[in-house]
Design a protein around this ligand. Structure first.
Ligand SMILES: [Zn+2]
Length: 258
């Protein structure tokens, strides 16, 4: 598929979120991120589920790949855990929160592209409508993901093949989330032997077909998501995505209820 058709698809999904699902109109995915890729390095202390650098959420964003990789290397050299990755997009929690276009996103298949777009559109709704503070990023991430799933199901309702892929993908997310949540809880225990726990997690990862090594930086990232992912799935996976937009605060309240 050529670039033009890919861009057209991305903007079509975005417009669907605006016209049909109640997301505010915005300039997301119109501009390419500088350099085409968002590089990120997650970092953590070696023995605790905490960022290596204080006053930082445990993730540093870079426009330049070399710079990002160099930062990861220097963190490891100092004894911290680091994980280099790239983002398909991200909604900045500032201004209107518009998400940029990236070369990664353009390369993905339609199922993954639509997931990213709906997910980022939900963040944008939260930012523009001042739904939640940064401190409750865990709730926002969980609901953004569930919103993406519900929206995808609707968007691809007449596409049997993709509809099935979406369901399969959701089952995989749930399986991984349960796996991560288990180890995050162990790593958070007081006096936990983190090296031993990480070794166990890395032994078990093959069963879940995870190909990369799991370290503290990875689990720190997942710890932003894992606590409420399962809860959001249980509560809202069968929802109308419009309801999740219209009643976001009420959804958060329900997620926090025991
Ligand atoms: Zn997100």
């Amino acid at each position: 598929m050529n670039l033009e058709r890919r861009t057209e698809f991305i903007l079509g999904v975005k417009q669907y979120a605006i016209d049909e699902l109640g997301i505010p109109d915005n300039d997301s995915f119109l501009e390419m991120y500088p350099g085409g890729k968002v590089h990120a390095v997650y970092h953590a202390l070696p023995n605790r589920l905490e960022p290596a650098i204080k006053k930082d959420p445990g993730c540093q964003i870079f426009d330049d790949e070399q710079e990002a990789r160099e930062f990861a290397r220097s963190m490891r050299k100092e004894g911290y855990h680091a994980m280099y990755t790239t983002f398909c997009s991200y909604s900045k929690n500032e201004k209107n929160g518009e998400a940029p276009l990236t070369t990664n996103l353009l390369k993905e298949d339609r199922v993954y592209q639509s997931y990213i777009i709906f997910h980022e559109m939900f963040h944008l709704h939260c930012t523009v409508n001042k739904i939640v503070s940064n401190r409750r990023l865990d709730l926002e991430e969980a609901l953004a993901d569930t919103f993406a799933y519900c929206s995808q199901r609707e968007y691809f309702a007449d596409d049997t093949v993709r509809f099935k892929q979406i369901k399969t993908r959701r089952d995989r997310v749930r399986e991984l989330n349960d796996f991560y949540a288990k180890y995050i809880a162990l790593l958070r225990e007081k006096g936990a032997d983190t090296e031993k726990i990480l070794a166990r997690a890395n032994k078990e990862q093959h069963r879940h077909k995870i190909k990369h090594r799991l370290n503290m930086a990875f689990f720190l990232r997942e710890s932003f998501y894992a606590p409420y992912y399962g809860r959001a799935m249980d509560l809202f996976d069968h929802s109308d995505p419009r309801d999740l937009v219209a009643n976001t605060r009420e959804c958060y309240r329900q997620m926090l209820e025991k």
